[in-house]
Write a protein that binds this ligand. Structure first.
Ligand SMILES: *[C@@H]1O[C@H](CO)[C@@H](O)[C@H](O)[C@H]1NC(C)=O
Ligand SMILES: *[C@@H]1O[C@H](CO)[C@@H](O)[C@H](O)[C@H]1NC(C)=O
Ligand SMILES: [Zn+2]
Length: 340
């Protein structure tokens, strides 16, 4: 039932539908970006600002949702599958991600992170393609931390109807992406993202995340981007069993998910947003330090391993017959009519 107080929410839903896609909504992505901006080295910052031709204080936040806008255009439709990895596991009993089983031959968020990691540091790339690579990385390193972007069940929860805060026609995916974060912070624009980022940065620097932040990036290796992104996907997917639906889907459809469910999952949402930002900064710092900086100084021998396969084809899992789930996903146009 929509009352007059729900006008802005209705408008927002309309916008989301028109764009065809939200991943962490714009708020989550911009927050990840602002957190990353706080932790990048000054040389990394100068490099990223140059690539994006944006010298502003929101240089990463400004482009954090570009990939969601792009996928909803005709030209960008091909990139829809890159926003998630459909783990065909069995929550809440068993959560796991298997690259060969789950990534799919059109690619997924794991292969995409690997592809744009390789591409961004390849000297042959044009300025426009470098900007594309950075914009995708900023977005996908956010997406992969959202547990339902690492889950096949009901198209990542898009087809699980739930009631949230009085709205009876929400779905599980969109409340995780957008409505629970916005409920927490009170809005979805860049100013709200900055406020949230400031809070989460304080938690990382001196609060409840301080003791664990190092572990969020331990083992991350830009020369092993598939393996690294798989650890991120596996980490987020585990929350599908422990936090997103610990008692199964039915339990989520027994009434309004606000406030009890919201209260139970908000710590996970904040943890994952903080992680995404911290990891993104660490990833960009490593990329800059290990590749770009050396190439710039001219002391990097042009050995063959620096010439990567720019198509990224070699990163994909071996071809396999489509699972029933992947057929369904294809039929829905990779979520172009869904929020994922
Ligand atoms: C970055 O910081 C270092 C010292 O912390 C300084 O030497 C260097 O000039 C700075 N570079 C930029 C691009 O600001
Ligand atoms: C790698 O990126 C390029 C440029 O966006 C794209 O054409 C190609 O399909 C990507 N490959 C994979 C495996 O994602
Ligand atoms: Zn996305």
């Amino acid at each position: 039932m929509h009352t007059s107080t729900s006008v802005s929410r209705v408008a927002l839903l309309g916008l989301a539908a028109a764009q065809g896609a939200q991943a962490w909504g714009a708020l989550g992505h911009a927050t990840v970006a602002y957190i990353a901006q706080n932790y990048v080295d000054n040389t990394t910052e100068a490099w990223a600002k140059g690539i994006l031709a944006d010298d502003s204080t929101s240089y990463l936040a400004n482009i954090a949702s570009w990939a969601d806008e792009y996928r909803s255009t005709t030209a960008g439709k091909w990139s829809s599958a890159l926003h998630f990895i459909d783990a065909e596991d069995s929550p809440p009993t068993a959560c796991n991600v298997d690259y060969d089983r789950d990534c799919g031959s059109s690619g997924c968020v794991v292969s995409a992170i690997a592809n744009y990691t390789q591409r961004i540091s390849d000297g042959r790339l044009s300025a426009a393609n470098k900007a594309e690579a950075l914009k995708f990385l900023v977005h996908f390193i956010g997406d992969i931390t959202q547990p339902l972007h690492d889950e096949a069940l009901s198209l990542g929860g898009n087809q699980i109807t739930v009631t949230f805060d009085g709205y009876t026609n929400d779905n599980l995916h969109s409340i995780w992406d957008t409505y629970m974060p916005q409920k927490k912070i009170g809005g979805g624009d860049l100013a709200h993202a900055q406020t949230w980022a400031t809070e989460l940065i304080a938690s990382i620097d001196s609060g409840s995340f301080k003791s664990q932040a190092t572990s969020w990036v331990s083992g991350d290796d830009t020369t092993e981007p598939v393996n690294t992104a798989m650890t991120w996907a596996t980490d987020a997917n585990a929350f599908v069993c422990s936090a997103v639906m610990p008692d199964g889907v039915d339990a989520l459809q027994q009434g309004d998910l606000y406030p009890d469910y919201y209260d139970s999952v908000m710590p996970t949402i904040e943890l994952q947003i903080a992680k995404g930002g911290y990891r993104l900064a660490h990833w960009l710092n490593s990329l800059y330090a290990s590749k770009v900086a050396k190439v710039k100084r001219g002391n990097m021998p042009m050995v063959s391993r620096d010439y990567v396969d720019l198509s990224g084809r070699s990163l994909l899992p071996p071809p396999a017959a489509l699972s029933e789930h992947k057929k369904r996903r294809l039929e829905t146009g990779y979520g172009c009519n869904h929020e994922h």
